[in-house]
Design a protein around this ligand. Sequence first.
Ligand code: ADP
Ligand code: ADP
Ligand code: MG
Length: 499
Amino acid sequence: MTKIQKLLVANRGEIALRIMRTAREMGIPTVAIYSEADRQSLHVRYADEAVCVGPPPSSESYLKIDAIIEACQKTGANAIHPGYGFLSENANFARAVRNAGLIFVGPSPESIEIMGSKLAAKAAVASYNIPMVPGTPEAITDREEAKKTSAQIGYPILIKASAGGGGKGMRIVEQEADFDEGMNRAVSEATSAFGDGSVFIEKYVTSPRHVEIQVLGDQHGNIIHLFERECSVQRRHQKVVEEAPSSVLTPEIRSEMGRCAVEVARACGYYGAGTVEFIVDDQLNFYFLEMNTRLQVEHPVTEQITGIDLVKQMIYIAEGKPLEIKQEDLKINGHAIEIRVYAEDPANNFLPDVGTLETYVRPQGNGIRVDDGFEQGMAIPIYYDPMIAKLVATGATRAEAIEKMIRAIDEYRITGVQTTLPFCRFVMQHEAFRSGQFDTHFVNHYFTPDQLSPETSAEETQLAGVLAAWLFQNSQPKPETGGVVSAQRSSKWKERRFR
Ligand code: ADP
Ligand code: ADP
Ligand code: MG
């Protein structure tokens, strides 16, 4: 067992802050790294020490393995937490950290390597009793053979890049006539995006739900699971709303999925915090998708319902301590929902809308947790992921969590950029979400930008009526001043609509 004396956090933004907070609670001093674009960032101010690792592009800073290890040597940090994204799932990084005599707060490089390839992961779990989506178990080398397999499975099928991630490297093929073109594109995309052209086929599960299980394993072979997170509300195969527990799992399915997740982790000798992702069909059959060998963006919902600080557990595990939590001690308390507040325009295809946070006032109150990395007046850099914050609402029941979330969204004041807040409010109010009957097609099935118009909310319809009456009255006697005032009123109104 080696105690972590000082922890370097190889990340930025909300996750860097979130990790440092737990370290501070544990009495561990922290070191931040930052790029030239992040000099003024909160994670830099929060840390005990900070080291600049390079220019703004992440390839020249947050991804620079040597500079990061050098920052440890310079500051005397003996451990590195990678957070998510960046180098968190890079086996070479984990290995370099180990070779430098430092502690990597995460799994072994070997586990990362296996699970970093969707195909190697499937091979590793093949001897365990884990349900898999029908498809090809190996990279496609013979196209005619693959076409036959696809016909047997039945269209639509999905061509996936083995090295894919972040919702990228997937292509749906609806019918055999489109197979060759789909393959050509999938291979060339996988090669350019991931430097690895290996692709395989999976049956495209129609009406799928994305349900994942949080696992924790120590270095002594103990592995437990901390129940599921439901992440079916996605755009571009990427999550925007996550919750725990899922509204559809029965206790039996939950425990069976938990067992499978623990076995997947065992199959690669896993230790640390990890997530085993499953796809669930409309009959509640579930299939293993992949394992993410890191702390997940949406980990707070699990913390909220279990009362367990996942980063604290990761630190203990990295120090070599045995897990103290037993599976039978864990239970689900209440319900938590997370929304990802991105600087994106939901009315314009969720395109990033970076800029300066002219107004930034976060919601507060009972059951509300905001994990963010910004203050009013700060600019959202163009170089990185445009996530501003994660807003988490926890209630005794799912219905209570939803109402808390709507209240918190209404309190959140952001101007200067468009955000996913109005979209998330739309989700919280939608009957499909409220009833729990939805799948990963939620956005395609139900969302059109005009639904963000004020007419959808009774309160705002009323406001529009008041405004119209006011405009009418004021436009009569004094059109010149009336015009100016009404322009101010309507811009305030617009701000209200899109806040
Ligand atoms: P989570 O499952 O934790 O929600 P995401 O898929 O949203 O994870 O990814 C978390 C972060 O990691 C995002 O910033 C995403 O862009 C990044 N990411 C994940 N996988 C990859 C990858 N293979 N290449 C580049 N970035 C990735
Ligand atoms: P990534 O590494 O990009 O996270 P995943 O395999 O986890 O890739 O898939 C991401 C998302 O794509 C899933 O959450 C789901 O919405 C969709 N997806 C993946 N595989 C399938 C499938 N076989 N059928 C239908 N949808 C799928
Ligand atoms: Mg995934």
